[in-house]
Design a protein around this ligand. Structure first.
Ligand code: SF4
Ligand code: SF4
Ligand code: SF4
Length: 278
């Protein structure tokens, strides 16, 4: 991932103003959706093909006080992307972009012309991200604003540009990691023992990095996100080495059959040489 860009979200600097959420809708010309009040300021309640990012208002009661743990929720653009692995027509894939300053960024995208709407990617995603759109016939998610940054990297992703508190930064991934590690050290010195950087290695490395003051669960993030086991098994059987795996299973079945037949023969011989009495 050298020479790659990334977005850093510092949850400890976020005030949940949702300027980023509005900027995302505005830049991508996504309409608002009708929602209901569910007892939380969090709105809308989930990502969809028209809502590519939202701010989560995770609440935790501690010592009689309510604490908020805000989280920016959108596609993480994983290196080991479950959605890419599981997609039957290979509509979802990694796409590399060269940016105006010579750096690169890799986005996960779905080709609407190839998507068959099976929803496998949504089920497989450990962050519950892609949303199928019946009218547009495709899966939609955060684009990393590659349309902005591949033209002019200084335009930055719209959500980053809109953030007034410095909770969102965009830059070289190495520099974002360095800034995040420095911030985590500050938080630990201030008594936040569980503070951590999230996204550096998770799912092979995410294009979104997070500074968290508490364990990921407090932010509704999986502690150890992974590709579901069913997807991993399918990957083994469809990989170039899948033939070897299938061959192994076939050999095991044949050997098992031979052993069973031999056992049945031995049982028959035993019964013939030991006739039942009475
Ligand atoms: S604009 Fe910045 S402070 Fe406001 S919700 Fe988004 S990340 Fe948080
Ligand atoms: S967050 Fe989900 S949809 Fe986005 S790349 Fe990772 S697995 Fe795919
Ligand atoms: S990078 Fe662009 S598409 Fe992705 S959440 Fe930010 S504004 Fe939305």
């Amino acid at each position: 991932m050298s020479n790659e860009k990334a977005i850093l979200y510092d949850a400890t600097k976020c005030i949940a103003c949702r300027g980023c959420q509005v900027a995302c809708k505005q830049w991508n010309q996504n309409p608002g959706e009708e929602t209901e009040f569910t007892g939380s300021y969090e709105n809308p309640p989930e990502l969809s093909s028209y809502t590519w990012m939202r701010i989560l208002f995770n609440e935790k009661f501690e010592d009689g006080e309510m604490h908020w743990f805000f989280t920016k929720h959108q596609c993480m653009h994983c290196t080991d992307a479950a959605c890419v692995e599981v997609c039957p027509p290979k509509a979802t894939r990694h796409v590399d972009y060269k940016l105006s300053d010579g750096s690169t960024i890799t986005a996960v995208e779905t080709d609407p012309n190839r998507c068959i709407g099976c929803n496998y990617c949504r089920v497989a995603c450990p962050f519950t991200v892609p949303g199928y759109n019946q009218e547009k016939k495709g899966m939609f998610r955060c684009t990393l604003c590659t349309d902005r940054i591949s033209n002019d990297v200084d335009m930055m992703p719209a959500c980053v540009k809109a953030c007034a508190t410095g909770a969102l930064l965009f830059g070289d991934r190495d520099e974002m990691i360095e800034a995040a590690e420095k911030r985590v050290a500050e938080l630990k010195n201030a008594g936040y023992d569980s503070a951590r950087l999230y996204g550096k290695d998770e799912m092979g490395g995410l294009r979104y990095l997070y500074v968290l003051a508490e364990e990921p669960e407090a932010y509704d993030l999986p502690n150890d996100p992974s590709i579901p086991i069913g997807v991993q098994i399918r990957k083994v059987f469809t990989s170039p080495y899948g033939g070897i795996a299938l061959g192994g299973v076939a050999v095991a079945l044949i050997v098992n059959g031979i052993i069973n037949a031999r056992n049945r023969g031995m049982e028959r011989e035993f019964e013939e040489s030991h006739p039942k009495v009475g």
